[in-house]
Design a protein around this ligand. Structure first.
Ligand SMILES: C[S@@+](CC[C@H](N)C(=O)[O-])C[C@H]1O[C@@H](n2cnc3c(N)ncnc32)[C@H](O)[C@@H]1O
Length: 214
């Protein structure tokens, strides 16, 4: 998936991954991260998710990264917030009270640009990337945030029956990416209603990653 794949998705409004409501797993399991209101939560590949508004309403600060400027413009319109837009290195940074969203390639971010991160919320981010990119992405998150704890929402299904994205992430794969730095525990799972893309039975899982060594 190159950048043009995602730009086209946003331009054509082919954004079935976008949820109209706040994610249930976020609401139920965010507390397991054990971060207090005021903490800064990184949302990689954030799109215009409504989960941002929910986190802000709970008193958290949000820092996001998203390729599509269109998505970020729509995010701020829906939040009814008028952002300040500044240029930082190779990104535009849309910023308002309690929210910083970097527009550009997440792989071009540095720890200095992102700043302090107390937790990561990964919904439809890891699963959006092909395997080789997932390996780079998981290491990037570790480096960018000094092993901040994570809530990861992923899918598991028979990859031979459907092309990603979203890609299937097995438990083994998740452990391969993260077990050196985190204790990993599955918090919950449910069947995807009506199958994934209406075609393949799939399970959606939420994982808690607590750092052990960094
Ligand atoms: C499957 S969507 C998920 C969006 C959001 N997390 C949600 O739950 O609605 C993946 C998003 O990642 C963005 N994206 C893909 N590759 C990216 C990259 N390298 N850097 C930043 N954003 C990226 C896409 O534009 C898209 O909005």
């Amino acid at each position: 998936m190159d950048a043009s794949f995602w730009y086209e998705r946003w331009e054509r409004k082919e954004i079935a991954f976008h949820e109209d409501e706040v994610n249930d797993f976020l609401v139920t399991h965010f507390a397991s991260l054990n971060v207090m209101p005021g903490a800064r939560v990184f949302i990689p590949l954030c799109g215009k998710t409504r989960d941002i508004a929910w986190l802000m309403s709970q008193g958290y600060q949000v820092v996001g990264a998203e390729l599509s400027e269109l998505a970020v413009q729509e995010l701020f319109e829906e939040l009814e917030v008028d952002p300040e837009i500044i240029t930082l290195e190779n990104h535009a940074l849309y910023r308002a009270a309690g929210i910083d969203i970097f527009v550009g390639d997440v792989f071009a971010l540095t720890p200095d640009m992102v700043g302090e991160v107390n937790a990561i919320y990964d919904r439809a981010a890891l699963v959006a990337l092909p395997l080789e990119t997932r390996k780079r992405y998981t290491q990037l998150l570790v480096t960018l945030t000094s092993c901040a704890p994570q809530l990861v929402i992923s899918y598991q299904y028979d990859q031979s029956k459907l092309d990603g994205p979203p890609f299937s992430i097995s438990q083994e794969e998740l452990f391969q990416h993260y077990q050196a730095q985190f204790e990993i525990s599955q918090q919950d799972l449910k069947a995807v209603e009506g199958c994934l893309k209406g075609q393949v039975e799939a399970v959606e899982s939420v994982w808690l990653l607590q750092p052990t060594s960094c």
